[in-house]
Write a protein that binds this ligand. Structure first.
Ligand code: ADP
Ligand code: UDP
Length: 241
């Protein structure tokens, strides 16, 4: 697989074309951003850790029948993915209250959310990712009603699989954000699943083990990401088969 030119540089990853028109390389950088890109730092080893973390999760999801763009890890910071036409919305599920839902509705952090909530946000840093609903998505042409159904179903399937996976390793999956895209008309999970885009707490102490450590200047950010992965069974000393 030949890596060709960079076609998109996001806040944390870059997308490269390859010699296969259906495949991209997703390059995980050490750049770490928060607050719509206004707080940015380089955290040593973050790109490699998230690349290997994401590969582990995508393989678990595939084993549970959830299809994603992930093909394989090619080196420490790169993974091969299927090219998707991204749907410009973020799908957020919450099992416990944290972050924006606490501010928006005056809910105490840590309150159990039962049943878990589902929220759509428009993926737009310039507009600060405003919350949107199904009507906005259809009326403005961001996705069809059938694609909305597929995104919700897949996002909740991911919750069932990952909530249990984290619980078995002594952690709480508080909330997470997923992105989807289209490949030959099919809605596939895209982007990444790593501690950059979810909240994970220790089940007993409720220690924060995700990007909130960066947002809130709690320190030991990548140490915490690695601890989460190691508890799940990620081997950070080698590339997966
Ligand atoms: P952001 O754009 O939010 O700064 P990243 O730095 O993570 O995010 O950049 C990765 C970009 O690649 C995102 O815009 C994401 O929507 C997009 N993307 C993720 N998976 C795919 C894919 N399989 N094909 C095309 N684009 C993708
Ligand atoms: N999230 C994300 N990217 C975004 C917005 C949110 O990955 O652009 C994740 C975030 O890490 C958390 C979940 O989605 O796990 C819910 O985020 P929230 O709405 O609470 O926003 P925040 O207060 O984190 O900005």
């Amino acid at each position: 697989m030949e890596k060709r030119e960079e076609i998109y540089k996001g806040k944390a990853k870059s997308v490269y074309r390859t010699d296969d028109p259906d495949l991209f390389i997703m390059h995980y950088r050490n750049d770490t951003s928060a607050f719509d890109g206004t707080k940015v730092e380089q955290l040593a080893d973050k790109g490699r850790v998230n690349n290997l973390f994401n590969a582990f999760i995508m393989q678990k999801l595939a084993a549970a029948g959830i299809k994603s763009h992930f093909v394989k890890v090619v080196n420490d910071n790169d993974s091969l993915v299927r090219k998707l036409q991204m749907i410009p919305v973020e799908c957020v599920v919450r099992n416990l209250a944290a972050g924006s839902i606490c501010k928006r509705y005056g809910i105490a952090e840590g309150t159990e959310i039962n049943p878990p909530t589902f929220e759509f946000f428009l993926k737009s840093d310039a507009l600060h990712d405003p919350m949107i609903n199904d009507y906005h998505i259809v009326s403005f042409g961001w996705a069809t009603p059938a694609q909305i159904v597929a995104m919700k179903e897949l996002t909740f399937k991911v919750n069932a699989v990952l909530k249990q996976l984290f619980a078995d390793a002594g952690m709480l999956l508080v909330d997470y954000k997923l992105e989807f895209g289209l490949s030959q008309g099919e809605v596939l999970l895209g982007d990444e699943f790593s501690p950059d885009g979810c909240r994970i707490w220790d089940k007993v102490t409720r220690k924060k083990m995700d990007k909130d450590r960066f947002r809130q200047d709690l320190g030991s950010v990548i140490e915490a990401y690695k601890e989460v992965g190691e508890r799940l069974g990620v081997d950070f000393s080698r590339l997966p088969d």
